[in-house]
Design a binder for this molecule. Structure first.
Ligand code: CP
Ligand code: NVA
Length: 311
């Protein structure tokens, strides 16, 4: 439906900072307009988003579905297993076929390369809804949430305590693109992949890597964590033991700035990476963060579908 290359949303380091900023600001605008009672149905009318989920999802699935419907579009839910993909049809041919039917594809699958390949052969936009390597839609919503609570993220400092997973990777990209500082504390055995440290070296992003959660969170504006066992990880006592001291609890939060917020992409494993006290406490922004998936993704969809100023 558009001329030239489709606008894929694959990773935050694949888009210029100015474009990401525009998407974010537009998402905030759409959130405000809706809160003020706007019920514009038009922008996605006649548009269909296919969603392929190879892994479970609550937020990504529901927020993309609602985003499309609230703006007049429709969705089709698929799983790789029930498609011919599950019987060996190639990703390339799947991309070519879906491109003839729908307007965009959102995909969640552990295999990052599969998403890249899908995007390579699709003539419509492909959106990364989480892979083993990254979760860019999540971190757009996270930055939106930070700014809602704390003002512009530029030159601010956030800390990550826990496993070096897909969500952290997108935060590292975000630190460079949105120009803020990120202090990472992970167990030595669960440190970021070389590609992430190389990204930081290459770009000069303000990201530091260490293994001490207390040092990482001291004085920061925001404390972040995520599950100790991501989809595709093997649950093990060893993992839990390595991550135990990275739990975000009241004691750790007390070392951050007094008005620091706590964020977690959810689902949370209460009593593991975060305590109830922090999750349910006044500094927690986790449910705003979940809500903002909807608003941020409306804007991502509008950008991908090139549907101008969806409101
Ligand atoms: N945060 C997130 O992506 O949640 P779901 O796995 O429920 O989609
Ligand atoms: N890191 C988690 C995020 C879930 C939304 C996972 O990959 O399972």
């Amino acid at each position: 439906s558009s001329n030239g290359a489709p606008r894929h949303f694959l990773d935050l380091d694949q888009l210029p900072a100015s474009e990401l900023r525009r998407i974010l600001d537009h998402g905030v605008e759409m959130k405000r307009a809706r809160a003020a009672g706007a019920r514009a149905k038009g922008p996605f009318e006649g548009r269909i988003l296919a969603m392929i989920f190879d892994k479970p999802s609550t937020r990504t699935r529901v927020s993309f579905d609602v985003a499309m419907r609230q703006l007049g579009g429709e969705t089709i839910m698929l799983t790789g297993a029930e498609m011919q993909l599950g019987r060996g049809e190639s990703i390339a041919d799947t991309a070519r076929v879906l491109s003839r039917y729908v307007d965009a594809i959102m995909i969640r699958t552990l295999d990052h390369e599969a998403v890249m390949e899908l995007a390579h052969y699709a003539t419509i936009p492909v959106i990364n809804g989480l892979t083993r390597l990254s979760h860019p839609c999540q971190v757009m919503a996270d930055v939106m949430t930070f700014e809602e609570r704390k003002g512009p993220i530029r030159d601010r400092t956030v800390a990550w305590s826990g496993d070096a997973n897909n969500v952290l990777a997108s935060w590292i990209h975000a630190a460079e693109r949105f120009d803020f500082s990120l202090r990472v504390a992970t167990p030595p055995e669960l440190a970021p992949r070389p590609a992430m440290t190389e990204f930081v070296q290459r770009t000069g992003a303000r990201v530091s890597f260490g293994h001490d959660p207390e040092a990482a969170v001291r004085g920061v504006d925001c404390v972040l964590t995520d599950t100790w066992v991501s989809m595709g990880d093997r649950e093990s006592a060893r993992r839990h033991n390595m991550l135990k001291s990275f739990q975000v609890n009241a004691q750790l939060m007390a070392l951050a700035a007094p008005d620091a917020i706590f964020m977690h992409c959810l689902p949370a494993h209460r009593g593991e990476e975060v305590t109830d006290e922090v999750m349910d406490g006044p500094q927690s922004a986790v449910f705003d963060e979940a809500e903002n998936r909807l608003h941020a993704q409306k804007s991502i969809l509008a950008w991908c579908l090139d549907s101008g100023t969806a409101a």
